[in-house]
Design a protein around this ligand. Structure first.
Ligand code: ADP
Ligand code: ASP
Ligand code: MG
Length: 459
């Protein structure tokens, strides 16, 4: 059996839903089909919640628009015999959603928990529509089996409980096509509605594929496959026919939005291949992601970028004790849920620098000020300096190590074009070279690097 996931644009309009229907109904055998909310709806639900919390009565008009959009789609894609039933179900959800918005508006307060409830309606509604549209489909509610726990204030999947839940609900067959809402989950302790993070429907699908030992995980989206770079940034980016799990993991954790980063781990562990396919061009071959390492002699496989990066630099004599500074810094950050994007070899003597996501920078600095409080007093550490508004570029390929000096060539290319490289490093896996530039330079730097590696690789 296989697991398919259709993203927001794939379920965004009546026309795209017709494609989804054709794709699913042509599958031989059983399948689990995970769906996102209608395209753009999660953003709209969040913006409308903020509007209600700010006391703007216009939120009511937005809810009417959301209701009309769902009714219109139901009217166009669901067979007449099932239309009334699905409309009643969606209306019941919309009424419940509206009561949540009214509460927010009354209290002029939007808590994170209420926002989690509000955004859950997107996938809850779209999954009812898709289930009613497809012949032989049954809907299963992921709120019953995707379980999360709280980790540093965030909800993350409880892998063991979720695996058991999926096996209990979906592991005994009894369906031809099981339609499942992506993204949404339930907190294992409080029973409240949570989610797996923005873009999390990919992860729902991967958790199901891994728990059921599926033969394949298909991610259906709006591009022909995983490309050498984001086609919105690099128009000459081209589709890759194959890449390895590690390459996709690296590119996605450095910003390639095509797959939500945690998605790859569960299927990688079970060695279940992933295929990236285009709902709008279903006969295109797509990209196959497996455990096979880079093959066709390419220097790099792809590039990606993280817009908001902060470089943190520790200065002082203590930084010459590399073992101590590494272990204390990593431990302190990890214990507080901060991950390090890259560690850069020191540009100056008696300095140690690493990068974190902009959103983690305040926590990182606070944690390090506490960790190194004694050294900041006795002077063995003179300063913890931060540099904001930077971006990280990742150049990824299983065979990068066969091209020694590539990092230096990349830096030279950027510096010749007047782009300052603030930090650089090759990852522990040797699959990734990371470069930190100013945010204002990242688009041009990506164009130059893509040109060098993929458009004119001989140069
Ligand atoms: P979905 O709604 O189907 O989950 P997303 O918008 O999350 O779709 O992901 C698909 C988008 O990812 C593409 O439209 C593309 O702009 C973007 N993207 C970023 N990097 C890449 C890449 N390397 N290859 C393909 N698409 C990419
Ligand atoms: N609807 C959610 C989002 O927009 C989850 C997803 O689409 O994967 O983030
Ligand atoms: Mg996505």
């Amino acid at each position: 059996m296989k697991v398919l996931k259709f993203g927001g644009t794939s379920v965004g309009t009546a026309e795209s839903l017709e494609n989804v229907k054709k794709i699913v109904e042509s599958i031989n055998g059983e399948a689990v089909v995970v769906v996102s909310a209608l395209g753009g709806l999660t953003d709209k639900l969040i913006a409308t919640a903020r509007q209600a919390a700010a006391g703007d009565p216009g939120y009511k008009t937005e809810i009417e628009g959301i209701r009309r959009r769902h009714h219109d789609i139901i009217g166009r894609v669901v067979p007449v015999s099932r239309r009334d039933a699905v409309t009643a179900e969606v209306d019941r959800l919309l009424d419940e959603m509206e009561r949540n918005y009214d509460g927010v508006n009354l209290l002029l307060n939007l808590s994170a928990r209420t926002l989690d409830v509000i955004v859950s309606f997107g996938e809850r509604m779209s999954s009812h529509i898709v289930a009613a549209m497809i012949e032989d489909a049954s809907r299963y509610d992921s709120l019953d089996f995707i379980r999360t726990e709280v980790w540093f204030g965030r909800s993350i999947a409880d892998m063991a409980l979720t695996e058991k839940g999926i096996k209990d609900v979906l592991g005994h067959g009894g369906y031809r096509y099981a339609i499942v809402p992506g993204f949404i989950s339930t907190d294992r302790d409080s029973g409240r509605i949570t989610n797996l993070g923005r873009g999390g429907s990919d992860f729902t699908a991967a958790l199901i594929a891994a728990a059921l030992d599926a033969e394949l995980l298909e991610i259906w989206t709006d591009v022909d496959g995983f490309m050498t770079a984001d086609p919105r940034v690099i128009p000459t980016a081209r589709v890759l026919s194959h890449m390895s799990f590690v390459e996709s993991m690296e590119l996605c954790s450095y910003g390639a939005k095509v797959i939500y980063p945690p998605t790859i781990y569960p299927v990688f562990h079970k060695n279940i291949p992933i295929k990236i396919l285009n709902t709008f061009n279903p006969t295109a071959p797509g990209t196959l992601i497996t455990d096979r390492k880079g093959d066709d002699g390419r220097i790099a496989t792809g590039i990606s970028s993280v817009k908001d990066t902060c470089l943190i630099i520790l200065h002082g004599e203590l930084t010459t004790n590399v073992a101590e500074i590494n272990s204390r810094t990593y431990n302190a950050l990890a214990k507080n849920g901060v991950s390090v994007l890259l560690v850069s070899p020191p540009a100056q003597q008696e300095a140690f620098s690493f990068a974190v996501a902009g959103a983690d920078a305040d926590t990182a600095v606070k944690v390090l000020e506490e960790e190194y409080a004694p050294e900041l007093v006795d002077g063995t550490l003179s300063e913890i300096h931060r540099q904001d508004c930077l971006a990280t570029i990742a150049v990824v390929g299983d065979d990068l190590k066969a091209y020694p000096g590539l990092g230096t060539r990349l830096i030279n290319t950027l510096e010749r074009a007047g782009i300052r490289v603030h930090a650089a490093s090759s990852g522990v896996s040797e699959t990734t070279i990371t470069l930190v530039t100013g945010q204002e330079d990242v688009a041009e730097a990506m164009r130059l690097i893509h040109g060098m590696l993929f458009d004119n690789p001989a140069e």
